[in-house]
Structure formats: structure tokens, C-alpha cells
Design a protein around this ligand. Structure first.
Ligand code: FE2
Length: 415
């Protein structure tokens, strides 16, 4: 038995002791109220403990590819980045991609992530990235849950044979069906690609997550196709619309109508705040749009929304470090979500909401009887954690301390 003493838990007053028996939470009790023989003790000194972070949208096969081949200064738009990537990816090997993915995984794990959903580009006749990521998934499984999306970066139809490659990837073991309808040649082909993605999700009994309307084009409305397909096929909450940036350009009457449809369909939304405020608004002078989906309205409508990193130094976005609390900070700012209640709920975007998007059902919540997987932030409460973008100083996975860091220590200050 191990005990983690004096933990501050979210939405609870007072401090608690978390007792862990092997891989499981034996009990969580008010501090000092349970005495059992403990082989190991850790005093958390009132720090905030919560469920592990969930990365609900990243491209691990693209990590640190911003300079492959040599980076050129360009327009900074999404579509330019896809073209750059198309030129670069043929030179990457399985080992290359694994090395890059591990850099991203380590960066994320050091920052408290224990669950990652990664899009894997399958518009490649050799499926090199998928082969690499299937190996990685197996290798990291004792420390990290990795979910792989068969993602046709260059389209189901815009890339000849794209649809067949997505299906092949599912047969090889990809967990989730991807898509990118706004990149297809026509609206009709975009709609057809959404339909095809749902057909595959039903046929192979997989989850679905589509890059959707990642553009400022107010005419890009594939999100309605995703909602309709999710509703009529019964895929429902197993479907996710990532990005939906165009929603910030829709007229209010249309957006208002769609909110109730999204709720009815049960689909999840993923917003990538730093990535999209960088990539979108590129065709605007001023006023310049933020390119972020309607986070506040979606939450208000009762839809599940999570925040994600998307990129770590790739042709789409040169920065990114895998520390999801930055996404919470940006997301709350860009979504105008600064009431105390909204800030208190901020960590939901990278914890329970992400877990819902990934359809994690086996005991994610930190409670008695569930797996002992949680993280400790170097902060006493949610407000401080988000305001200071607190570091994760301990990550416990199935009862094991897998990441430990020293809390920030001030060596010197003037007064
Ligand atoms: Fe993405």
C-alpha cells in the first residue's frame, strides 16, 4: 500500500489522502483519517491532484518536421502547409517517424499526459507512418494509451486511392476513422468523404474523428454532415469534429440552428486554440478573425469540447511543446470564458472532456476502486494552476510514479 498525503482535489474543500493498493485506488479519505501500513508515503503539501491530461488531437508523425525539407517562409496558411508536407513525407522512414513520435510522446508525458489520440497520415501507398505508429503504440502501452486515427491528410478523393488507404489502415489496426472534407476538390466530394468515413466507422466498428471546416470560409459547413451522419447512423458520441474553425465565421442564425442539432447528434468537438489562431485569419487584413470555433456557445449548448495541441513544430505550426495547460489558458482567453466558474472548469477541457472524446470508459475518473492514475500540479487550486500555467510535478500511472519533477524553487529574489 502507498499513500499520497494532503492532496487538494478538484471541486472539494479540505485535503485528502489517496491510498493506493498496487494499481488501484484503495480509498480517498480526508487527510489523516485512515491509518494503514504504508510501504511508501508522499506528502503533496496541499497541491492540486486531478485525472491525467488527455491529448485529444495531435499529429505525432509530424513532430519536428518543420524543417524537412528546409523550411521556407511562406504564407502560413493551412493549405500551404499541406503542400509542404506532401513534398516532405516521402523521405521519412519508419525509424524516422518513430524517433519523432517519441520526442512528442515524451514531451507530453512530462507534462502529465497519459492518453493521446494521434492522427496518422495514411495518404501514402506504403503506409510508412502507420507502420511506425502501430509499433510505437505497442511499445508504450504500459505507460500511455495511444489511439491511432487513419487520417487521409490529402483527402479521400483529392488523393487518388485515399479512401482505399483509409480502409487498409483500419484493417491494419487503426482505432479511429479520419477525414478532411474541406480539402476535397468540391463540396460534393467533401460530403461524399464524410459519408464514406461513417460507412467505414460502422463497417469496422471504429470511432471517428474528422478534421472539419478548418478554414475561415463561412460556406464550409461539413460539420452539419458529420452531425447528420452521427445522428442517423447511431455513431453519435463516438464521432468527433475537430477544429470547426469556420463556425466562427457562420452567421448567427445558422450557428444557432446547428447548436441543438449538435447536441442531439451527441458529437464531440476538439479545438486547437494556439494552432488555429495562428493558421486562421490569414486572408484577413483587419478586423482579423481568431479562427477558433464557438467554444463558449458549444459548451453552453451542452456539447462536449476538448482542447488539444495539434502540432509540435511541423509545417503547420512551428512552436508547441505538449504542455496542455497552455491550451487551456489560450482557449479560455480566445473563447471569452473568464467567469470564475468557467475558470474552475478549465481543466475539464484537457481531462474529462478529452476522455469522453476518446471514449475512455475503463475507470478514468479518480475515485475509489478505479485505476490509480492521476497527476499532481504545482499549484494549490484550479485558478492558480491555470493563471500560472502550473507544471505537473508527478504523474502516477496504474499505481506507478512514471514522471517526477522538482517543484519550482526560487534561489534568489530582491525582496
Ligand atoms: Fe490536426
Amino acid at each position: 500500500m502507498k499513500v499520497y498525503r494532503n492532496a487538494k482535489l478538484r471541486h472539494k474543500t479540505g485535503l485528502f489522502d489517496i491510498w493506493v493498493d498496487n494499481e488501484t485506488v484503495h480509498d480517498i479519505v480526508p487527510a489523516g483519517t485512515l491509518t494503514l501500513p504504508a510501504e511508501e508515503e508522499k506528502n503533496l503539501n496541499g497541491r492540486l491532484v486531478c485525472e491525467p491530461y488527455v491529448e485529444s488531437h495531435i499529429h505525432l508523425d509530424y513532430i519536428h518536421t518543420a524543417d524537412v525539407p528546409k523550411e521556407e517562409i511562406g504564407s502560413g496558411t493551412l493549405f500551404e502547409a499541406i503542400d509542404k508536407w506532401s513534398d516532405s513525407k516521402s523521405v521519412l522512414t519508419v525509424q524516422d517517424i518513430k524517433d519523432r513520435a517519441y520526442k512528442g510522446i515524451k514531451a507530453e508525458m512530462r507534462n502529465g499526459v497519459q492518453y493521446i489520440r494521434t492522427h496518422v497520415d495514411v495518404t501514402d501507398p506504403n503506409l510508412t507512418a502507420l507502420k511506425a505508429m502501430l509499433e510505437v503504440k505497442e511499445e508504450v502501452k504500459d505507460y500511455l494509451y495511444l489511439q491511432l486515427i487513419a487520417f487521409p491528410q490529402e483527402g479521400y478523393f483529392a488523393y487518388k486511392g485515399g479512401a482505399e488507404l483509409v480502409e487498409e489502415a483500419l484493417k491494419m489496426g487503426a482505432d479511429v476513422v479520419g477525414g478532411i472534407p474541406h480539402y476535397e476538390f468540391t463540396k460534393e466530394l467533401g460530403e461524399k468523404s464524410v459519408k464514406k468515413a461513417f460507412e467505414l466507422a460502422v463497417k469496422y466498428d471504429r470511432l471517428l474523428d474528422i478534421h472539419c471546416d478548418e478554414t475561415d470560409d463561412a460556406e464550409s459547413r461539413f460539420v452539419e454532415n458529420i452531425a447528420a451522419e452521427a445522428y442517423y447512423t447511431g455513431v453519435g458520441s463516438r464521432a468527433t469534429a475537430s477544429h470547426t474553425c469556420a463556425m466562427s465565421s457562420y452567421n448567427n442564425a445558422y450557428a444557432f440552428k446547428m447548436m441543438s442539432k449538435f447536441k442531439k447528434a451527441g458529437i464531440n468537438f476538439v479545438s486547437c486554440p494556439t494552432e488555429n489562431c495562428y493558421l486562421q485569419g490569414r486572408y484577413d487584413s483587419y478586423p482579423r478573425r481568431r479562427g477558433i470555433t464557438r467554444i463558449d456557445e458549444l459548451v453552453e449548448a451542452g456539447c462536449n469540447v476538448s482542447f488539444a495541441q495539434d502540432s509540435i513544430s511541423d509545417p503547420w505550426y512551428p512552436l508547441g511543446n505538449g504542455n496542455l495547460i497552455h491550451q487551456v489558458d489560450f482557449g479560455l482567453h480566445l473563447g471569452h470564458m473568464m467567469s470564475m466558474e468557467q475558470i474552475q472548469s478549465g481543466l475539464d477541457f484537457i481531462t474529462i472532456n478529452g476522455a469522453k472524446t476518446l471514449s475512455i470508459t475503463d475507470g478514468y475518473e479518480l475515485k475509489k476502486g478505479n485505476k490509480a492514475s492521476f497527476i499532481v500540479l504545482d499549484a494549490s487550486d484550479e485558478l492558480t494552476a491555470i493563471r500560472e500555467r502550473a507544471h505537473v510535478i508527478l504523474s502516477v500511472h496504474n499505481g506507478k510514479n512514471i514522471i517526477e519533477k522538482k517543484p519550482e524553487e526560487i534561489i534568489k529574489e530582491p525582496f
